[in-house]
Write a protein that binds this ligand. Structure first.
Ligand SMILES: [Zn+2]
Ligand SMILES: [Zn+2]
Length: 246
């Protein structure tokens, strides 16, 4: 079921719970290896996979991330597929064709695979906002099975941009080259800027699958400091609870 929604600065934000589960054997590791030096216990990591539906004051819909995708998606080797995003949207009365904008925080398979269903764009009427640096780095199944399928709907941005009234994206590289976060009012949808709450206390704790660990840690520290100064609320992809007050 969708988690409870909140409204900030005229934008209603509804967390959609696409999937819950541990990573599969292909890339799953104990928490101690995922977050080296964190002091976390040596146990499996159970993740939520959250997307966020934004409804602006004019009623237009923006979806942040598209989840793990279908049973045969690029995430199938490691994530708890199939994702339930379509059902989550239906539960709040939204059809995929109603979504006008999709923002992809980055092109990892658990965030972008749900942009495609049965080899076709899942959100037929949506432009898909992605950082140019992320598109330029796309490769493998994410390029062949996702980016190529939605290429007619891609909207590349560089750096900061307002993509809907009151909805902004900001480049936050390191986890991937063109990773971006999304702001609406005091809420920041942070993609994979932080993967586990332990990184809020210490942004220097690395995540095993950050592309560029040093850049990721630097970005994490800078962005979290800024958000903390603004008393922002985080809307994370993978924490158990979607909203986290800083
Ligand atoms: Zn959840
Ligand atoms: Zn990622």
């Amino acid at each position: 079921m969708p988690h409870r929604s909140i409204t900030v600065s005229g934008v209603e934000i509804t967390p959609l719970c696409d999937a819950v589960g541990p990573m599969g054997a292909a890339i799953g590791r104990p928490l101690t290896e995922m977050f080296a030096g964190s002091g976390l216990r040596d146990e499996p990591w159970v993740l939520h996979f959250h997307c966020y539906l934004l409804r602006d004051a004019a009623g237009r819909l923006t979806l942040v991330d598209t989840g793990v995708g279908a049973a045969d998606s690029p995430a199938a080797s490691w994530a708890p597929v199939p994702g339930t995003l379509a059902g989550e949207l239906a539960a709040v009365g939204v059809a995929p064709a109603d979504v006008g904008t999709v923002i992809l925080t980055h092109l990892h398979s658990d965030h972008a695979s749900g942009a495609v269903a049965d080899g076709r764009p899942a959100f037929e009427n949506a432009r898909h906002v992605v950082q140019r640096a992320e598109l330029e780095a796309a490769a493998g199944p994410m390029l062949d099975d996702v980016v190529s399928v939605i290429k007619g709907q891609l909207h590349a941005v560089e750096g900061d941009a307002e993509v809907a009234p009151g909805v902004h994206v900001h480049l936050a590289p390191g986890h991937t080259p063109g990773h971006q976060i999304v702001r609406a009012g005091e809420v920041a949808m942070t993609g994979d800027l932080v993967l586990h709450p332990v990184q809020l206390a210490d942004p220097a704790i690395p995540y095993l699958y950050d592309d560029d660990p040093e850049a990721a840690a630097r970005t994490r520290a800078e962005v979290l400091a800024r958000l903390r100064a603004e008393r922002a609320v985080l809307a994370t992809a993978h924490f158990g609870e979607p909203f986290t007050a800083l």
